[in-house]
Design a protein. Structure first.
Length: 253
């Protein structure tokens, strides 16, 4: 189930000891490099390199596949659809009943670029999400002077996430006991009902959360400790990583 997948705790790896600010900086640099090139090769190499790095530091292949499977499917669908949408040079033609389908060379190249960018971007982000806690994220964002409202929304969203998952699990179990997923059409109806009920309950709990925060003296600001000095090894890691990313981008652009 989705809720169980989100609750899987990230493993402790060697990269977990690197400062969150360094990992956030290198992640942003990697994302910019992977998405700003006109060639599919660089973001594809970034993607494969990020996945290999996660395996080397101890992240299991099963967990990687479980987390990245929906994104890889999305990249395949988006990349594959471009071949029929964009271009002027046909490479194949199919006649399915009365439908004439044409695949274009330019669309195939565009699809390769889109799929590689999705793979590269998500894989680079995975290095950050697999090795960094939410608390480190928040501290790093505060250190980079991200607006307070963004940090506040992120903190409240994370604190409410597991309450939302508990509600979702209870609704799913109740529907399963009532054979709510017996047929395909019944499953669609059950999912729609869950969406409506969940929206109402989430709104109700958000009001309760706001009232509880006001009772505890909430004044619109969330204090975050972000004035820790960077260690020497973290500075070396950030410099070495940035040089590698910049060099790869200059070679591959």
């Amino acid at each position: 189930m989705l809720a169980q997948g989100i609750r899987v705790q990230n493993p402790t790896t060697k990269l977990s000891q690197v400062d969150g600010r360094v990992k956030l900086f290198l992640t942003v640099a990697g994302l910019l490099a992977a998405t700003s090139t006109s060639s599919w090769l660089l973001p594809f190499c970034f993607g494969i390199g990020s996945l290999l790095l996660l395996r080397l530091v101890g992240v299991s292949g099963h967990l990687l596949w479980r987390r990245l499977r929906p994104i890889l499917l999305l990249a395949t669908l988006i990349g594959g659809s471009q071949i029929f949408i964009n271009g002027q040079t046909p490479i194949f033609q199919w006649d399915i009943f009365s439908i004439h389908i044409i695949g274009y060379r330019e669309g195939m190249e565009r699809g390769e670029l889109f799929a590689a960018r999705i793979l590269g971007g998500v894989s680079v982000m995975s290095v950050l999400t697999f090795t960094t806690t939410v608390q480190e994220w928040i501290q790093a964002l505060a250190w980079f002077r991200v607006p307070q409202v963004v940090i506040e929304i992120m903190t409240l969203a994370y604190s409410s996430l597991f309450t939302l998952l508990d509600e979702l699990e209870r609704l799913q179990k109740a529907q399963q006991m009532r054979l709510g997923y017996g047929t395909w059409w019944r499953s669609i109806q059950s999912i729609g009902a869950i969406g409506g009920i969940l929206f109402i309950r989430v709104f109700d709990k958000s009001v309760r959360l706001w009232q509880a925060m006001k009772c505890r003296g909430y004044n619109g600001e969330i204090s975050v400790l972000h004035n820790r000095a960077l260690k020497k090894k973290d500075i070396l890691v950030s410099g070495f990583g940035f040089i590698m990313i910049l060099g790869s981008w200059l070679v591959g652009k």
